[in-house]
Design a protein around this ligand. Structure first.
Ligand SMILES: Nc1ncnc2c1ncn2[C@@H]1O[C@H](COP(=O)(O)OP(=O)(O)OP(=O)(O)O)[C@@H](O)[C@H]1O
Ligand SMILES: [Mg+2]
Length: 248
């Protein structure tokens, strides 16, 4: 059983404090959703968790299984089992998707598996996320459609089998089949690997496919509400106004 704990986290971006003291804890096998209006700081929180140099933690801690990992670099956090699926995945021309997947797999799992065996594994997962094999030979996300990028992120997650996955709007821009596939993938890793999740979303739809334990609502850098699935229903029906107006 693993625990990812965020303790009174404050994050500054370009000299401005965006995250203003967030505390939350995700355990293995739990699904937490993070919702909140545009610009409330959801992506900032996820990038700070992964150690993006622009997103500076000015106060508070990120603790993984009792170890303070706040100051670690991104690749060290990945090796310790954290994973982020980006809201806007960036194109990395010149690095083939297959090369990235093989390198990541070997690095994270600390082994040097035979390339042929590994490629076979990767191909199976590629089929599972409904991407064409040819995408493996293109630069990472290079010329991928919006939905293909999102699927490729889920592909990476399935290969890496992280302890904790932060998914920043995995449902934006994917078609209905994609949404179901993402839900199934989340559930599969949860049962096989006890992966814990922090899923950032604006919509209730994705939460219909997975069993969400807790929903957190972020507004202006602070958590303003925590509850069960009924919170997503309330937001869907009444908008954030119903929750955030009392916290202004
Ligand atoms: N690199 C940056 N430079 C300047 N400001 C930034 C940067 N990154 C984030 N911000 C600011 O921080 C605030 C929070 O942005 P963030 O992307 O975290 O919001 P969000 O909750 O993810 O919104 P959305 O729902 O639109 O994705 C915004 O006001 C944004 O302009
Ligand atoms: Mg965002």
């Amino acid at each position: 059983m693993s625990t990812l704990r965020i303790e009174d986290l404050h994050v500054e971006v370009e000299g401005k404090e965006v995250i203003k003291g967030i505390t939350l804890e995700v355990k293995s096998g739990e699904i937490h959703a993070l919702m909140g209006p545009n610009g409330s700081g959801k992506t900032t929180l996820s990038l700070a968790l992964m150690g993006h140099p622009k997103y500076k933690v000015t106060k508070g801690k990120i603790i993984l299984d009792g170890e303070d990992i706040t100051g670690l670099e991104t690749h060290e956090k990945v090796r310790k089992g954290l994973f982020l699926a980006f809201q806007l995945p960036v194109e990395i021309p010149g690095v083939k998707l297959s090369t990235l997947l093989l390198a990541e797999y070997n690095r994270v799992h600390g082994i040097n598996e035979n390339v042929g065996t590994l490629l076979q594994k990767v191909r199976e997962v590629v089929k599972r996320v409904n991407l064409g094999d040819s995408l493996l030979n293109r630069g990472v996300h290079e010329g991928f459609s919006g939905g293909e990028k999102k699927r490729a992120e889920i592909l990476q997650m399935l290969i890496l089998k992280p302890k904790f996955a932060i998914l920043d709007e995995p449902d934006s821009g994917v078609d209905v089949d994609g949404l179901r596939m993402i839900g199934d993938s989340i559930n599969q890793l949860l049962s096989e690997n006890r992966t814990g999740y922090l899923i950032i979303t604006h919509y209730r739809r994705i939460l219909d496919y997975v069993k969400t334990d807790v929903i957190h609502v972020l507004n202006k850098g602070k958590l303003v509400a925590t509850g069960g699935p009924e919170l997503a229903k309330l937001i869907d029906e009444k908008g954030y106004e119903a929750i955030t107006s009392s916290s202004d």
